[in-house]
Design a protein around this ligand. Structure first.
Ligand code: SF4
Length: 236
């Protein structure tokens, strides 16, 4: 198997282990976060498509194609690009999808049709309290930091790939699978909704989370994913 896919599986496993000490209200059938706003990388999309058999792939792509004209979130920045902008003091656009646009095309009868294969964003949208009770998720700050960091790491692993809305990424990968990819990867002007990935130059980690995030990254052995030494409390 491609080493990057092995790293991706390791990230999924280690994030599950990281979450163990934090009690969560999320359970099967809870679908508040299953909107058309999910973002993922081409690596995660490949992992999904490679693990489905031909009928499974056809069903998945059929569901996405049937919803292709419905509104969905199109990000303008990847996570690593956002970190670069923050690092250089530039403004970061305040962007996000509207949950009222409707549900993810892969949700059927209240259940995810690819649950075991779902991308990292779906795995990381967790809550301590049932979202329906408060109208939003409630996450411990360290869990939010870990989720952001791992999204940056996954983008870095897939630095020659692309990111975008779950639907756009899967459709682009399927188009490439049909023998229609531009030579050498995506064209210099990517299709609408698709963003080139960026290398990880800076992780967005508050100093008080550095030790735990260092430990998490050390458990992953992903090349290039490091946090600077923790800042001693006395020096802050
Ligand atoms: S892929 Fe599955 S878990 Fe993720 S938003 Fe869609 S239905 Fe929900």
């Amino acid at each position: 198997m491609d080493e990057r896919l092995q790293h991706l599986e390791q990230i999924y496993r280690q994030f599950d282990a990281f979450l163990e000490p934090y009690p969560l209200a999320c359970e099967k059938g809870c679908t508040a976060c299953c909107t058309r706003n999910v973002i993922m990388t081409s690596l995660e999309g490949r992992w999904i498509l490679e693990r489905l058999d031909a009928p499974g792939r056809r069903t998945l792509l059929g569901r996405i194609t049937a919803a292709v004209d419905l509104p969905r979130f199109h990000p303008t920045l990847t996570f690593n690009r956002m970190a670069d902008l923050i690092e250089s003091g530039k403004d970061v656009p305040d962007e996000g999808g509207d949950p009222d646009w409707g549900v993810c095309p892969l949700l059927e009868k209240g259940e995810c049709t690819i649950y075991a294969l779902r991308p990292f964003m779906c795995r990381s949208m967790v809550s301590e309290v049932t979202c329906d009770d408060l109208g939003h998720a409630t996450m411990k700050p360290i869990v939010l930091t870990a989720a952001h960091v791992l999204m940056q790491v996954i983008e870095h692993l897939d630095v020659k790939g692309f990111s975008g809305n779950l639907s756009d990424v899967l459709l682009e990968l399927a188009r490439a699978e049909n023998g229609n990819p531009p030579a050498g990867g995506l064209a210099s002007a990517p299709p609408r909704g698709i963003l080139f990935n960026h290398p990880l130059r800076r992780l967005m980690v508050p100093w008080e989370h550095r030790k735990k995030i260092q430990e998490l990254l050390a458990s992953l052995s992903v090349p290039g994913a490091k946090v600077a030494s923790p800042v001693p409390e006395s020096s802050v």
